[in-house]
Write a protein that binds this ligand. Structure first.
Ligand code: F6R
Length: 610
């Protein structure tokens, strides 16, 4: 979490940094700051709140300059306020630092620095780093060397950038566990936590690796490891357009991303079928298919929404490949010394590819000899780069904090992997073809569901004042219930729980009364009649019911208060369709409550801290 941006060149860095910070606000938005150091200007401005507050303050003070760094914060150590906002600086205000990550041994380092006469104005862990660098400078090191010595003392994660008044022509950056990308211009360089912040200026980038430090002037950059080995990085071209990272006329990124799903789903499968043969080809897994197909066990590990996708993946993979599948929260997997080894394939699913727990779990699985594969959206992200191989979901940039199109694309990719491996094992040709034809039909069906937007908005009006919600589904749709509940709670702050529908009788039914809405995911599948019985049970207790049902279902009409009718498809892919009305419902309830759906309180898009 936290977004960092920097610029060095001949242009005014301030609008570039402010614009970049806005593009990174999904990473954190509780306070922001900027430091400029150039041609006699030395200024730090910090504000509590969103980047727009900083922008106003910067405009008021008329800040300008050719080298600067900026930060948008998601608080870990210390409340969101002006003092705790970055950039941080040393006592003499000659050294300025922005930091994304967590310094685990900060309190020990802070005590040592205090004993040496340092004092601190903030409650942050990051302020320790700037003072530690200061200490090495005072011992006679130059900026790059001082950064290196300081980082050697640090336990934890960082993506950071530092400027020093006595070396006014350079920015030093470093990375460990938090992403950092350099944008290469002509006679200018950009620094950012991700490419969104710099894509308006350059498509040419270098992704720093962990334990690397780069020294950047306006004309060149050099990268060395923390152990002083020089590294030559390939300059990569990023294929991303600005339109992909703006709202393009939509009031919120979340709505734009929901509406983009016909295309994002299409993109996730584009060029990946050999329909005549009923098989799937995934370039990123070439050379690994046989090993996956021979695995004794498949583990799917992830966090949050991606974990819900993993749960659907478990149902799919186990049913169609016959390989036992387990789903693990990455945060649990990494700390419980899991029994995992060479016979296991572990897929790590992450939209951002930067989630700290998922990344750490992946390293643990690799260490233990398992085949560690990534399923990521962000190209060049840490998980994508460090996994042995993997598949991109190609959903395009997802900026709204609540994950929507990434979830449906993760399900598409898990479906593709299921077909790929099942066809290598025991799935016959006809089923392969049938599944592929069903997948190809999805974008059109998603278009149909999106046309229900106004209808779902009207349903949302009835529930704006609800305090609790229950989401129920069975089989493949149990994870959809979990995901529907998560979408609602994270953006509308309404308490919501997802349950397997049959579990309702074992406890949650006690909650049902006329004030408790229940959302049933009720497609006509093998458990349809059982779901209808569950609906009757809620109705008998005067609960309000919203159902997601198939378009030709008339039985359900009399049983429920509201029904959202959606197209039918193969039951394997039904979760991809069923979740979309739930995304739209959550969106409208939150908007009607006047909440900022793109930046819900306390959340950040990419959770790069444990
Ligand atoms: C919910 C949401 C989060 C993420 C989770 C994992 O809408 O977005 O629950 O799914 O933080 O993030 P990634 O997929 O980037 O690893």
């Amino acid at each position: 979490m936290c977004g960092i941006v920097g610029y060095i060149g001949d242009r005014d860095c301030v609008p570039i940094i402010i614009e970049g910070l806005k593009r990174l606000e999904y990473r954190g938005y509780d306070s922001a700051g900027i430091a400029v150091l150039s041609d006699g200007t030395k200024e730090v401005i910090k504000t509590k709140g969103k980047v727009s507050e900083l922008e106003a303050e910067v405009a008021k003070q008329g800040l300008a300059g050719k080298m600067g760094i900026g930060h948008t914060r998601w608080a870990t150590h210390g409340v969101p306020n002006q003092l705790n906002a970055h950039p941080h600086f040393n006592q003499e205000k000659t050294l300025f630092l922005i930091h994304n990550g967590i310094i685990e041994n900060y309190s020990e380092l802070k005590n040592k620095l205090i004993k040496k006469g340092y004092s601190f104005y903030s409650e942050t862990d990051s302020e320790v780093v700037v003072n530690l660098i200061d200490r090495y400078i005072k011992k006679g090191r130059d900026l790059a060397a001082a950064v290196k010595y300081a980082l050697n003392k640090i336990d934890g994660t960082y993506g950071l950038a530092v400027m020093y008044e006595n070396e006014p022509d350079k920015i030093v950056v470093a990375r460990k566990g938090s992403p950092l990308v350099l944008g290469i211009g002509e006679g200018e360089y950009y620094i950012a936590s991700d490419v969104n912040a710099l894509i308006a200026y350059t498509q040419h980038v270098v992704y720093l690796n962990d334990d690397e430090i780069a020294e950047i002037t306006k004309d060149s950059f050099t990268v060395r490891t923390i152990t002083d080995e020089e590294i030559q990085h390939e300059i990569l071209k990023v294929e991303m357009t600005e339109d992909e990272i703006t709202k393009s006329g939509y009031p919120h990124f979340m709505l734009k991303e929901i509406m983009e799903q016909p295309l994002s789903i299409e993109n996730s499968m584009r060029g990946r079928f050999i329909t005549d043969e009923g098989i799937v080809k995934l370039g990123g897994l070439i050379g690994y298919e046989d090993r996956i197909a021979r695995s004794k066990r498949i583990i799917l590990s992830a966090c949050g929404t991606s974990w819900h996708a993993a749960l659907v993946g478990e149902y799919m993979l186990e049913e169609f490949t016959g390989i036992p599948v387990e789903v693990e929260y990455a945060s649990e997997f990494r700390y419980r010394n899991p029994i995992v080894g060479e016979d296991d394939t572990v897929f790590f699913i992450s939209q951002s590819g930067e989630t700290a727990d998922t990344l750490a779990a992946m390293r643990e699985a690799k260490r233990k000899g398992a085949l560690a594969l990534g399923i990521c959206n962000v190209v060049g992200s840490s998980i994508a780069r460090e996994s042995e191989a993997g598949v991109y979901i190609h959903a395009g940039p997802e900026i709204g904090v609540a994950s929507t199109k990434a979830f449906t694309s993760q399900l598409v990719v898990l479906s593709l992997i299921t077909i790929l491996i099942a066809r290598k094992r025991n799935m016959d040709f006809e089923i392969g073809v049938e599944l592929i034809e069903n997948l190809k039909a999805l974008p059109q069906k998603v278009e149909e569901i999106l046309k229900l937007n106004d209808e779902i908005e009207k349903i949302a009006e009835h529930y704006v004042n609800s305090n609790n919600f229950l989401y129920l589904g069975r089989g493949y749709n149990f994870p959809v219930a979990l995901e529907g509940a998560l979408k609602l709670k994270e953006i509308s702050y309404i308490h919501a729980e997802g349950y397997p529908a049959a579990e309702m009788k074992h406890g949650p039914i006690a909650l049902i009364d006329e004030n408790m809405p229940t959302v049933f995911i009720a497609p006509k599948d093998a458990v349809y009649d059982k779901i209808l019985s569950n609906i009757e049970e809620v109705k008998a207790r005067k609960g309000k019911i919203i159902a997601i049902a198939h378009v030709d279902d008339t039985r359900i009409d009399e049983l429920v208060d509201h029904v959202i009718k959606i197209p039918e498809c193969h039951y394997l892919f039904q979760p991809i369709l069923n979740v979309i009305p739930l995304q739209i419902l959550a969106y409208h309830i939150a908007v009607k409550k006047g909440l900022n759906v793109d930046q819900p309180r306390n959340l950040a898009k990419s959770v790069t801290v444990e």
